[in-house]
Write a protein that binds this ligand. Structure first.
Ligand SMILES: O=C(O)c1ccc(O)c(O)c1
Ligand SMILES: [Mg+2]
Length: 644
């Protein structure tokens, strides 16, 4: 334990979010914010002005939700004005102070002046703030000064701090906003020398790195800490080191969030703050903000099983497809309608339980046949569930039959379930205890599929950040850069989550905007995000292809043009490209290694399997090949086809 510096007090984490960060009408925003677990809310003036209620009514609504107004904002173009603008700015401020009294909040944000008539000058601004501090004191309120990254004279928190320092008034403080500091690449460590009690509130936002005008970037592309590319953890570490112990308030201007589900965005926001502070306190143990202990991000050792829910008829079809892939129905659950198919280290379960107590049956009723659950191998399954629930994931359990093992589990960010398994005697016996052997597992050979290389999830494009945050906050993972995949029906954006340090667990997320794409159709017909394909690893794709062929597996046929182009692109020997073509194997290569892919035909609403071989250190997913795969899948869809 690190002992605290003398005189340091401790305050529990106060989470806040600006009303601009989410969509909906004012009451809907408040309900979503409260439900997600925030303790405070920043009232963005426009949200309140356009809502037809008095400040006192708004105050009552906020209170009814158990929330506190942490900040009223923004007040613009105040400091450094020539007359008559200066006097008018003070009059304006006084009226806002009155409103704040009725709203029941004592803090107003003043963002740095952008007006062309403003005069600049640190001392002029400081004098204005000193006078405003006097006025604020009379109204029992405080003002905080924020440097907008595009402020006309002040656009750096170091200058804003100098203004506040020189104003030297107890009612005048500094407001820090991670976006304004980090978008201008200002070293966040410059915050460490500011006294924590002069920081009146801290606003947090991340953003993807895009080279564009700062104002436009800020107003449209901010996202939750951890969803973007800015070093928000370093920023917050520096803030925490000052002794600051006030609210942490998300201020996220994002076009997509405004149009998204208020509930989901608010939940993401809360998860992002808890995750951020968990990282901060691990790196800066001597801070004044406390929060409940939780295990560190979960290190995963791969996918232990995937479970499908299916009707009895579809189970027969799926089992037949698995048979051609070399899987054997090795075991049957002793108490449930659940069959286990195995090969190498891969376990696939098919659940046809139709009892009304089972989640599998409920999932089938809504989504049809789908891979609704998977199990992750971790070091400590209980700890894994603890981490997940500390980050707002919902625990999952079903009524057990006598003799069934209780696997810790959570609901994922959509409609599915994630189970946790470990090597403890209690959990490791699940397969033997619950399953009765049926048939011997296939004898190992070079053709065998060895393990799950990755799971591929399809989701609405606007839910991708939710999923990314879910995986990266709960699990020790990182995300790869986003790639675009062209489908004739629209663009699919694809990004992978890979476990660190060794990529044992990989998920690719494919975001679809509409239902005209192959992925979009799957999403629409399955009613929501789910696993659209599972990729198995082979150590010898050509041996696997021969075995598949002998078992009557029908690969997805790939066009001749593909192989023509491939030969030209990589300068392949004709014999090699003939071998690829003969087995409908797709190929990719980079500086690290080579990649081979075979796709199955689709099953149900567009589900499919993939077989991959990685040679060398190839780390990608064959994005170059995806348009060819999609084109082939679309050809097979005809005549029913995709919506026009
Ligand atoms: O975009 C703006 O104008 C704006 C207003 C208030 C803020 O706190 C902020 O960070 C940006
Ligand atoms: Mg701000």
């Amino acid at each position: 334990m690190v002992s605290l510096a003398p005189g340091r007090h401790q305050t529990t984490l106060q989470t806040s979010i600006a009303t601009v960060s989410i969509g909906g009408e004012f009451p809907e925003k408040l309900a979503a914010i409260a439900k997600a677990g925030f303790t405070g809310v920043e009232i963005f003036e426009n949200d309140f002005l356009t809502y037809d209620a008095s400040p006192r009514e708004v105050a009552a609504m906020v209170k009814d939700h158990g929330l506190k107004i942490t900040l009223f904002q923004p007040f613009r173009d105040f400091e450094g004005m020539p007359e008559p603008h200066r006097s008018r700015a003070f009059e304006r401020a006084e009226r806002k102070f009155d409103i704040m009294g009725e709203l029941g909040t004592d803090l107003m944000l003043i963002c740095s002046n952008v007006s062309p008539v403003s005069l600049g000058g640190i001392d002029r601004a400081a004098a204005d703030f000193q006078a405003l501090g006097e006025m604020a004191a009379k109204h029992g309120v405080r003002v905080g000064y924020e440097a907008l990254a595009w402020g006309r004279h002040v656009n750096d928190h170091r200058d804003a701090w100098e203004v506040v320092r020189r104003a030297d008034h107890r009612c005048v403080g500094l407001i820090l906003d991670s976006f304004h500091t980090l978008s201008r690449k200002i070293d966040p460590n410059s915050i460490r020398s500011i006294p924590g009690d002069k920081i009146f509130i801290v606003q947090l936002a991340d953003a993807p790195l895009i080279d564009m005008d700062l104002l436009y970037w800020s107003r449209h592309f901010r996202n939750m800490p951890g969803e973007g590319d800015l070093p928000v953890v370093d920023f917050m570490r520096a803030v925490a080191a000052t002794g600051y112990d006030g609210p942490l308030s998300l201020e996220i201007f994002n076009d997509q969030f405004r149009g998204g589900s208020a509930r989901a965005i608010a939940e993401d926001g809360h998860r992002s703050l808890v995750n951020l502070m968990d990282q901060v306190r691990r790196q800066e143990p001597d801070i004044s903000i406390t929060m409940p202990e939780m295990p560190d991000r979960i290190v995963t050792a791969g996918v232990e099983f995937v479970e499908f829910t299916a009707s009895v008829e579809e189970k027969q079809q799926l089992a037949a497809l698995l048979g051609t892939l070399g899987f054997v129905n090795t075991a049957r659950h002793r108490y449930r309608q659940l069959d286990l198919f195995t090969q190498g280290n891969i376990r696939l379960a098919i659940n046809t339980d139709s009892s009304n107590q089972s989640f599998a049956a409920a999932s089938y009723a809504v989504h049809g046949t789908n891979a609704y659950a998977f199990g992750l191998k971790v070091k400590d399954a209980q700890e894994a569930q603890k981490r997940a629930t500390a980050l707002d994931a919902v625990g999952f359990s079903e009524p057990r039959k006598p003799g069934e093992v209780l696997l810790p589990a959570i609901q994922d960010a959509g409609n599915g379930i994630i189970y946790f398994l470990d090597d403890s005697p209690e959990l490791a016996r699940v397969w033997e205890q619950e399953f009765e052997p049926v048939e011997a597992a296939p004898a190992p050979g070079p053709e065998q599929l060895t393990r799950i290389d990755h799971l591929a999830q399809t989701t609405q494009y606007d839910q991708m950040l939710t999923w990314l945050l879910f995986y990266t906050s709960i699990f020790a993972t990182r995300r790869t850069p986003m790639v675009d995949v062209v489908d004739p029906g629209g663009l699919i954006r694809s990004q992978a989550i890979e476990s660190v340090p060794d990529r044992q667990f990989r998920v690719t997320m494919n975001g679809a905007d509409n239902r005209k794409t192959f992925a979009g159709k799957f999403l629409a017909e399955g009613f929501g995000t789910s696993i659209q394909h599972i990729a198995f690893a082979s150590e010898d794709i050509f041996a696997t292809a021969r075995a598949l062929n002998a078992r009557g597996f029908e690969a997805l046929p790939i066009s001749c043009n593909y192989y023509e182009d491939l030969e030209a692109r990589f300068g392949l020997e004709p014999e090699f490209s003939d071998a690829l073509r003969a087995s409908s194997i797709l190929y990719d290569r980079d500086e690290q290694g080579e990649y081979f892919q075979i796709f199955s035909r689709t099953f149900g609403d567009g589900f499919f399997f993939e077989i991959v071989e990685r040679r060398g250190d190839y780390a990608g997913y064959g994005a170059m090949n995806a348009p060819f795969r999609i084109a082939a899948q679309r050809r097979l869809l005809k005549p029913a086809g995709l919506p026009k």
